[in-house]
Design a protein around this ligand. Structure first.
Ligand code: C2E
Ligand code: MG
Ligand code: MG
Ligand code: MG
Length: 262
């Protein structure tokens, strides 16, 4: 009897797995088709703001697809090696938009793109093709692409080539992934973006002299010591804005300063 029950459970589990897989393949197919036809996919732009003057100094491009949120379809594209093609679409659109608004544009790069040795050459080709000067482009990379193994070293080498072109590199969601402080000093990055979690941990309104507040101050000091620009992410209210500005953050981003708009 126990055996029969086990068999039933396994059949039930397999049916679920198959259903999940079927849904994943249907979503993937729709994404592939929209990418090929250039339909439904578009970029939203969120301002990066000078916290003292309120002036917009750059824009971050964020990919949008009506069928699913980025937290679903970007990992999906990663799992099925669609990210190189999707990333090229984003980069081309963002570079074209830059020539319309004139501000530097930040583009998110997935680990899969960065780990491909052909990536820097593709970036150079898209800059050329769109007439975007390298100074107009900032690439946001996550720490997970830069783990200190063989592939991580190759990724760092790609960043060096990109820097050589004049493109700037920022570490996105800094402090939330695998951080090697030892390697931070040698990574070819121009700046870092402090992950939203840190901003939220300050409390509302922010409480100074708590461990999270001291950690944020220490991370800003670390960036300044290394000569890196720092951007505070996830600013949603005036008290947090004032707190981070007075702490010394020059730049910030968040719903209070501007939501992503198509
Ligand atoms: P990210 O690069 O860290 O982008 C910031 C995310 O936080 C965006 O979510 C943005 O809409 C959201 N955000 C901005 N300000 C606030 C705020 O004040 N409060 C809150 N709660 N959220 C805020 P989104 O657009 O859903 O993107 C999520 C992630 O998906 C991005 O995180 C990025 O890692 C990835 N992503 C988006 N577009 C692309 C892309 O074109 N290529 C790649 N590789 N990844 C992308
Ligand atoms: Mg980003
Ligand atoms: Mg992120
Ligand atoms: Mg981020």
């Amino acid at each position: 009897r126990a055996k029969a029950e086990g068999k039933n459970r396994l059949a039930f589990y397999e049916a679920h797995l198959q259903e999940g897989l079927r849904q994943e393949m249907a979503l993937l197919e729709a994404l592939q088709q929209d990418l090929e036809r250039g339909e439904n996919l578009y970029l939203a732009y969120q301002p990066i703001v000078d916290l003292k003057t309120g002036e917009e100094v750059a824009k971050e491009a964020l990919l949008r697809w009506p069928l699913a949120p980025p937290s679903t379809f970007i990992p999906l594209a990663e799992r099925h090696r669609l990210m190189p093609a999707l990333g090229a679409f984003v980069l081309r659109q963002a570079c074209l938009a830059r020539s319309r608004h004139g501000l530097p544009v930040h583009v998110n790069v997935s680990p899969q793109e960065l780990l491909d040795p052909g990536y820097p050459a593709r970036v150079a080709a898209i800059l050329e093709e769109t007439g975007c000067p390298p100074e107009g482009l900032v690439l946001e990379v996550t720490e997970s692409a830069l783990i200190p193994d063989e592939r991580g070293r190759e990724a760092s080498e790609s960043l060096r080539i990109l820097r050589g072109l004049g493109v700037r590199i920022y570490l996105d969601d800094f402090g939330t992934g695998y951080s090697s402080l030892e390697r931070l000093a040698s990574l070819p990055v121009n700046g870092l973006k402090l992950g939203q979690g840190f901003t939220r941990a300050l409390g509302n309104p922010p409480r100074p002299d708590t461990p999270p507040a001291r950690l944020v101050a220490a991370l800003l000091a670390l960036a300044q010591t290394l000569g890196l620009e720092a951007i505070a992410e996830g600013i949603e209210d005036e008290a947090t804005l004032a707190y981070l500005r007075d702490l010394g953050f020059r730049l910030g981003q968040g719903y209070l300063l501007g939501r992503p708009v198509p």
